[in-house]
Design a protein around this ligand. Structure first.
Ligand SMILES: O=C(O)C(=O)C[C@H](O)[C@H](O)COP(=O)(O)O
Length: 203
């Protein structure tokens, strides 16, 4: 995996996980993997998030672990040092973009407008996160921009459910969808595995 485009091909669903309990990180990663989802985005939203990235990177080597909710350049280095193999940002600033590009790991920068997407494309980035997907126009929006921006592929995230995912995945400019629904059950790892199995079938 060397680019954001490769990231979009790892699984039909990118599980977005908020880890509150550090001890949950490894069992969640193992459950997703057992269900056929080999990628996990651990959001940097809780005090244990970086430690969670480190644990999954060390203890579940077959899982491609990345850091999400990367909003500042300092977090780029912290995440990569912890073992993140990719980064996801909800939006983008120039300093964040520079840091992410310098990091050498693939990343999905967030965009929710045509101009934001065009600016990122000017920097050579063709795989983007579309966030917040549902609130920004959802399937209809992505359909509308496929014509003018044919070179771009998106991972729409934000408000997507098991029910709406297939409609997004049917769009030509969608590579995968992001969502927290696979791991909403938190400590119920059998349920995480079951939902992962369902999500893996969407590919
Ligand atoms: O933290 C980030 O970087 C984000 O982009 C937000 C997440 O993508 C959403 O929280 C996931 O959305 P839901 O599936 O609606 O829960």
């Amino acid at each position: 995996m060397s680019s954001g485009s490769d990231l979009l091909k790892l699984a039909p669903v990118m599980p977005v996980v908020v880890v509150d309990e550090l001890d949950h990180a490894v069992p969640i990663a193992r459950a997703l993997l057992a269900g056929g989802i080999p990628v996990i985005e651990l959001t940097l939203r809780t005090p244990v998030a970086l430690a969670a990235v480190e644990r999954v990177a060390t203890e579940v080597p077959d899982m491609v672990v990345g850091a999400g909710t990367v909003t500042g350049p300092d977090q780029v280095k912290q995440a990569v040092d912890a073992g993140a193999r990719f980064l996801v940002t909800p939006g983008c600033t120039d300093p964040l973009l520079d840091a992410a590009m310098d990091s050498g790991v693939p990343f999905l920068p967030g965009a929710s407008t045509v101009s934001e997407a065009m600016r990122l494309a000017e920097r050579g980035l063709t795989a983007l996160k579309f966030f917040p997907a549902e609130a920004s126009g959802g399937v209809a929006y992505l359909k509308s921009i496929a014509g003018p921006l044919p070179g771009l592929r998106f991972c729409p995230t934000g408000g997507i459910t098991a029910d709406s995912a297939p409609t997004y995945l049917a769009l030509p400019n969608v590579g995968c969808v992001g969502g927290s629904w696979l791991t909403a059950a938190k400590g119920d790892f059998a349920e995480v595995e079951r939902l992962a199995r369902e999500a893996a079938k969407l590919g």
